[in-house]
Ligand binder design. Structure first.
Ligand code: F6P
Length: 329
């Protein structure tokens, strides 16, 4: 086993609150084990350009509570090319990098796996607000994003109620409805629309609103994942169908939360999970182990082969769907 003298750390893909806590953990655990730790800037782009700087203990002081990523992040399409990965791995090794930690989403893990196969032992840490990485129950940033969305829904609720309106709150999640489902339950939404479930405007919105009205409820919050489609068009159509088919005038509003969900101070849960995962990653590299993804499964921090992890399929929690159904009335 080759002793790891120098390791690198980078963040890749969309930023997520808690990434700094993970970087800090990698730096401190690495330095504590006698290694040099290089902070690589702007994801795989920085690795290709060797845009990096050695980080000591102090370099990561006062970063734990900050959102975003102090290293910068990027989505690097170039890194999908096998020849680019191969030459980058060789160049990194020639420049003394013995191992690498990549904090990002599943797209970033493909790069981590390819680097490992090209001879640079690399560990992936799940960092994305979407919680859509199949092999782990939890991704760094998810809890902070949920708290942000739930706080926004509480505020939106005040106006929705005061004006007897229907507000469509669009949250992030192109292919995954985890943010929408959990934040919708936490925010008491009347309907939650997620990409994993078929949606019918008549049944899920028009009829739902009619049923609510029959029970004396005149204000409605709909949480909609961005992957569902054009939220403004769905809101307009709902308003039109209620007017033309049921003679009901209901004012709809659309509120797209957007990147507000990606920023802000990480919650305690994100800081602690990121810290645990960062230390676990360094423990693996210390043993010369690469090509692993650090995950949280059944409440425990553990690791899996990256490809095995990427091949897993996570389904939306049926109990959470049932909860949303029962409570939305
Ligand atoms: O993957 C995280 C995420 O926030 C998704 O929910 C969203 O669709 C996407 O990133 C938006 O990314 P950006 O605007 O940074 O390209």
């Amino acid at each position: 086993m080759k002793e790891m003298k120098t390791i690198g750390v980078l963040t890749s893909g969309g930023d997520a609150p808690g990434m700094n806590a993970a970087i800090r953990a990698v730096v401190r655990a690495g330095v504590n084990s006698g290694m040099h730790v290089l902070g690589i800037h702007n994801g795989y782009t920085g690795l290709m350009k060797l845009d990096m700087k050695e980080m000591d203990m102090r370099e990561v002081s006062d970063t734990l509570h900050r959102g975003g990523t102090i290293l910068g992040s990027a989505r690097c399409l170039e890194f999908k090319k096998p020849e680019v990965v191969k030459s980058t791995a060789e160049q990194a090794k020639e420049n003394g990098i013995d191992g690498l930690v990549v904090i990002g989403g599943d797209g970033s893990f493909r790069g981590a796996r390819d680097l490992s196969l090209a001879g640079l032992p690399t560990i992936g840490l799940p960092g994305t607000i979407d919680n859509d990485i199949d092999c782990t129950d939890y991704t760094i940033g998810y809890d902070t994003a949920l708290n942000t969305v739930s706080d926004c829904i509480d505020k939106i609720r005040d106006t929705t109620l005061s004006h007897n309106r229907c507000t469509f709150v669009e949250v992030m999640g192109k292919d995954a409805g985890y943010i929408a489902l959990s934040a919708g339950i936490a925010g008491g939404a009347e309907a939650i629309l997620i990409p994993e479930q078929k949606f019918d405007i008549q049944k899920d919105l028009v009829q739902m609103i009619m049923d609510c009205r029959a029970r004396g409820k005149y204000h409605y919050i709909i949480v909609i994942a961005e992957g569902i489609g054009n939220t403004q068009e769905i809101a307009d159509k709902t308003e039109e169908l209620l007017r033309t088919e049921h003679d009901i005038e209901l004012e709809t509003k659309v509120c797209i939360l957007g990147h507000i969900q990606r920023g802000g101070r990480p919650t305690v849960k994100d800081r602690i999970t990121a810290s645990q995962m960062g230390v676990h990653a360094v423990d693996l590299l210390k043993q010369g182990i690469g090509n692993r993804v650090v995950v949280k499964r059944d409440g425990k921090i553990t690791d899996l082969d990256i490809l095995e992890g990427l091949n897993m399929k996570k389904t939306i929690d049926a109990d959470m769907l049932r909860l949303a159904d029962i409570l939305s009335l």
